[in-house]
Design a protein around this ligand. Structure first.
Ligand SMILES: O=P(O)(O)OC[C@H]1O[C@](O)(COP(=O)(O)O)[C@@H](O)[C@@H]1O
Ligand SMILES: [Mg+2]
Ligand SMILES: [Mg+2]
Length: 308
């Protein structure tokens, strides 16, 4: 097995170090910030806070050359030319972040997360340039799922006690690996599909009718939470193309590619409707894409259903 990439490890150290702070900051940040993001969506105070904290933490990581966020129009140069083989080749990585995924769940106090993609190429790039990806899930407990090219692990992330503080400004965190080789369960159990049923194209609606007959609905409105149901129990998550939004809702660089990388690394499959998400060629960093991930057999059936 390849040695862990120290830059990748340092990125997930930084993400884990921010997680308890982001979580603690949420109660007072459930209100609108008064701005819109590059996708035209209302930004909450929690989105702004998480974005700024992650920029600060990740720009301090040596080997991260570019910080690219769902909340910012352009990539931020944080030092080092991106590409050329990452840590081994002398170049730096681009880190794409969805600081708070599912932030409309903040008001209703439901699950949310943070999504991370580490690319060995300047963005926009395809998911084939990912060297690692993962997500933090703010559920009843805070967990972090990391796919680093050698496997997929799940950690519980907690604020450390005072003895683990590096210095006064940065409270330590305790990380416990709870699963070190996550694979998708063979027997699928759950499904979750985003968007309104009347907005689904007919072919997707027919596929959904079949799946409803076979699996249990688990849908909470935050991609990270809904994907983690599939990761845990097996099944399928989709935010499909909509009749009036053929590219769906989710963003390729910040959401779809990292999630596809995680699910494919666990032995599952991803699709934009016709092929792996990781092969989708982007035009811009805020491009959207229909996202379908889960057990391979269910994704194959989805592609056949949409093929007509
Ligand atoms: O409630 P809607 O509009 O169907 O959208 C739900 C989807 O939108 C998202 O909240 C988009 O993510 P952000 O909260 O990062 O914008 C996903 O997490 C979720 O799958
Ligand atoms: Mg999101
Ligand atoms: Mg977000």
């Amino acid at each position: 097995m390849a040695d862990p990439d120290p830059v990748v490890e340092a990125v997930f150290d930084a993400v884990a170090a921010t997680a308890p702070t982001i979580r603690d900051a949420l109660p007072g940040r459930r209100v609108e910030s008064g701005t819109e993001n590059p996708s035209g969506e209302t930004v909450l105070a929690g989105d702004v806070y998480a974005d700024e904290l992650l920029l600060e933490a990740l720009s301090a990581v040596e080997g991260v050359g570019s910080f690219v966020s769902e909340e910012r129009p352009e990539a931020i140069d944080v030092g080092g030319a991106v590409g050329e083989g990452g840590e081994g080749g002398g170049g730096a990585y681009a880190v794409a972040i969805d600081p708070l995924d599912g932030s409309s769940n903040l008001r209703s106090n439901n699950a949310m997360g943070t999504v991370v993609g580490i690319y060995d190429a300047p963005l926009p790039a395809t998911g084939r340039d990912l060297v690692a990806a993962g997500y933090v899930l703010y559920g009843p407990i805070t967990t972090m799922v990391v796919a680093d090219g050698s496997g997929v692990r799940e950690e519980v992330v907690e604020r450390g006690d005072g003895s683990e503080r590096d210095d006064d400004d940065e409270p330590g965190v305790t990380r416990s690996v709870v699963e070190d080789d996550l694979t998708l369960p063979d027997e699928p159990t759950v499904y979750g599909f985003g968007g309104r049923v009347p907005d689904w194209p007919d072919a997707f609606r027919e596929y959904a009718r079949e799946i409803e007959d076979e699996l249990k609905l688990r849908y909470g409105g935050a991609m990270v939470g809904d994907v983690n149901q599939v990761v845990t129990y097996g099944g399928v998550f989709a935010y499909p193309a909509l009749v009036d939004a053929p590219d769906g809702k989710l963003r390729l660089s910040f959401e779809a590619n990292p999630i596809a990388y995680v699910v494919e690394s666990m032995g599952g499959a991803s699709s934009d409707g016709s092929g792996s998400i990781l092969d989708v060629e982007p035009d811009g960093i805020h491009d959207r894409v229909p996202l379908h991930v889960g057990n391979e057999e269910l994704i194959n059936r989805l592609e056949s259903a949409l093929d007509g």
